[in-house]
Ligand binder design. Structure first.
Ligand SMILES: [Zn+2]
Length: 284
């Protein structure tokens, strides 16, 4: 097993177009071993998700980029562990920022302002390779997965993670949209998933299927708990639905539970009466 050292570029998978993973210096409960940045290309370089601002890491990026120069900085979304270092990296290299601007909600990096407006399906032509932008809302509304077309390698940001589960934070995060985005990825031919946190995944379709099953099982657990407990407040419901989650992660679980409940409300399966979540007739 490859041991990843922060800041040290390491080739990922067996690709013809060089792809280097550079692990961030921000390990933690929400970031796993740290944020993965990816440096792509030989003659024309792209860097995906430079992560939080860190001088040492910036030096590591500049060393990895070398004399070739950096053409594009791609950002999967504007959370603090993915986008902020794009500004100092841009200032140091002159690279163009690619991604979608931050939504107007707390916890997003508003300093990230792309020069052009990017949309689902747009293709970034880098000569020796091309990258397709796939809008995958769910974790956040401005989330993009980047497809390295020649390798069928998908950079998944926080949409698909390895070793941890993506947190869906309403109101910007949306469980229904998240599942739809996963189902969309199931329609693509993919060889590898390169996540924002964790290791490269070699069986994309299996991972996507497992993720959808995991979310739907959790949704079913919400329904089962409501059936068992009757009308419930969020604080008690979260402890039953997430009885398999460590205590320090409960505040995050609560937000993902809210995302499930919003989806169920939208589908007419749950209603909110005062502070109580109640199952509607068809699920009882
Ligand atoms: Zn995120």
């Amino acid at each position: 097993m490859t041991v990843f050292e922060p800041g040290l570029p390491t080739p990922v998978a067996d690709t013809t177009i060089p792809v280097l993973r550079i692990l961030g210096r921000n390990p933690g409960p929400m970031t796993g071993p740290g944020t993965n940045s990816y440096l792509i290309g030989c003659e024309r370089l792209c860097l995906i998700d430079p992560g939080p601002i860190n001088d040492l890491q910036l030096d590591n990026f500049l060393t990895a980029i070398g004399g070739t120069g950096l053409e594009y900085i791609l950002v999967t979304h504007t959370h603090g562990d993915h986008s902020p270092a794009s500004i100092p990296l841009r200032d140091a290299t002159g690279a163009e920022l690619i991604g979608m601007a931050a939504p107007e909600v707390e916890g997003n990096d508003k300093s990230f302002i792309p020069n052009r407006l990017w949309q689902h399906g747009d293709v970034l032509d880098c000569g020796e390779y091309s990258i397709k932008l796939l809008h995958t809302p769910g974790h956040v509304s401005n989330h993009i997965c980047f497809l390295l077309e020649q390798e069928k390698l998908l950079f998944t940001g926080d949409h698909v993670l390895q070793g941890t589960t993506s947190v869906i934070l309403p109101p910007d995060g949306d469980m229904g949209a998240y599942l739809d985005s996963l189902r969309y990825l199931q329609t693509l031919e993919l060889s590898y998933l390169a996540p924002g946190h964790g290791d490269i995944m070699g069986r994309p379709q299996e991972e996507l299927k497992n993720l959808i099953t995991h979310r739907l099982n959790r949704e079913q657990k919400v329904v089962d708990c409501l059936l068992q407990l009757g009308p419930s407040e969020m604080d008690s419901l979260v402890l039953s639905v997430y009885d398999d989650v460590a205590t320090h992660l409960i505040p995050w679980a609560k937000r993902t539970l809210l995302a499930h409940l919003i989806k169920l409300e939208r589908e007419g399966r749950v209603t909110l009466e005062s502070n109580l979540y109640v199952l509607t007739k068809e699920d009882e």
